[in-house]
Unconditional design. Structure first.
Length: 414
């Protein structure tokens, strides 16, 4: 190639699609970069505790899978996913629903294995959202879902929510012509709240009356502390719901394994979107998950996760009460917070006049990090809100981190 040819080639420019302009970096992952400084106690990440990873079981499963079916584990496979794993997912969902007093006849043919439940969000967005489509979300909602929806150029509308879940009156006022409602009923990210049984009944009835489909995301449902959550929304109206689940929070997030349960009316299009995205989720990883889950392993393993997370939640609640003893008496001048009944997150609110984004660098200077709540709102944001994750720091780190947070807040109030 001549110098002239090289010059011509090097001055050409890539032309990005219009949708690329709507793709933005994850605010949370940008914040996590700050928390990587040595000595920072992080309440920011949404990562499961690595203490919960069943390493020995995965080591044994690797050997078993490669011994029993090396060709299947290392070869291309069906886009729907590994048949025995899909059957296992269907059986577990049916059993959990029965235990919660609801019958849900899950057909394995409606289960698709995905590369994490995040891929499920992406696939649903691709087949259900057109430019300008109205999509309803909770207030606040999972940031990763909004990021998955945004390239499809929807009109994301925030529905009022309280400690019990979706505000049904506000939902009814906004549901006309909406493509679907996206909701996390159990130990929601970011707030840690759970939808009550009464609110689930009301939501299911309202959705059926208006013909509004519900996209139910449930990555945290197994992480309950005292009692399991009510039956899934999808179990109450299977033809009107798409259900997303994940193995990340109960086994290992690095394997990137999740699943979708979808009505037969939309499953074929989801499958086509899956084929276009990655052909299929990794054959080896699917077999690993299936092998580890044999013989009721999750029934023995998940309670150890619950016990660990509950102890760490309790440590955070104790530390917050110790450093903000007047929170309930004077909520406008103190940090306030909720008490999640499971999951990985606690939702807090700063004193009146403060801003969590402005507070963050001062907190980092004191040695602690959190996630400001504002990015989780599709509508009007609450600048005072913040998400605190309690699952990765130790109990001792939680106490030191809350003390540092209290110092940062009190100094900012002066």
């Amino acid at each position: 190639m001549s110098d002239a040819d090289h010059h011509t080639t090097s001055t050409r420019h890539w032309t990005l699609a219009a949708r690329a302009a709507k793709m933005n970096p994850s605010v949370i992952r940008e914040i996590l970069k700050v928390t990587e400084k040595p000595g920072i106690i992080s309440f920011a990440g949404g990562l499961p505790s690595s203490k919960t990873f069943p390493v020995a079981e995965f080591e044994a499963a690797c050997a078993k899978v490669l011994k029993d079916d090396p060709a299947g584990a290392l070869q291309y496979a069906a886009s729907e996913g590994f048949g025995p794993l899909r059957e296992m997912v269907a059986a577990q969902l049916q059993a959990q629903s029965r235990a919660a007093g609801q019958t849900w006849n899950v057909d394995p043919g409606q289960v698709m294995i995905t590369s994490g439940s995040q891929q499920g969000l992406d696939l649903v967005a691709k087949i259900l959202i057109d430019a300008g489509s109205k999509v309803l979300v909770e207030s606040p909602t999972y940031l990763g879902a909004v990021m998955a929806f945004t390239p499809m150029e929807p009109d994301v509308v925030s529905v009022g929510s309280d400690a019990e879940g979706i505000d049904i009156a506000d939902l009814n006022a906004k549901s006309k012509d909406a493509r679907f409602l996206y909701v996390l009923p159990n130990f929601q990210n970011p707030t840690g709240r759970s939808m009550t049984e009464a609110r689930r009944v009301a939501l299911s009835e309202a959705a059926q009356q208006s013909g509004l489909p519900i996209m139910e995301d449930n990555p945290y449902g197994d992480l309950w502390f005292d009692q399991p959550p009510p039956a899934p929304l999808t179990a109450r109206n299977p033809e009107g719901g798409i259900y997303l689940g994940s193995f990340s929070k109960v086994l290992a997030p690095g394997l990137r394994m999740g699943f979708i349960v979808a009505p037969k009316a939309v499953y074929p299009k989801l499958l086509q979107a899956k084929q276009a995205a990655d052909l299929h989720s990794p054959s080896f990883n699917q077999r690993l998950i299936h092998a580890v889950m044999q013989d009721g392993f999750l029934d023995r393993h998940v309670p150890t996760i619950r016990s660990l997370y509950k102890a760490q939640r309790d440590a955070m609640l104790h530390a917050l009460a110790q450093h903000f003893p007047d929170a309930q008496k004077n909520p406008n001048t103190n940090l306030t917070w909720n008490t999640p009944a499971g999951g990985m997150f606690l939702w807090a609110r700063l004193p009146q006049g403060m801003d969590a984004v402005s507070l963050l660098p001062h907190a980092v200077d004191k040695g602690v990090a959190f996630v400001p709540g504002a990015p989780f709102f599709a509508g009007q944001a609450d600048a005072r809100s913040m998400r605190l994750s309690f699952v990765t720091p130790s109990v001792e780190e939680i106490h030191r981190g809350v003390a540092a947070l209290a110092t940062a807040i009190k100094e900012q109030q002066r």
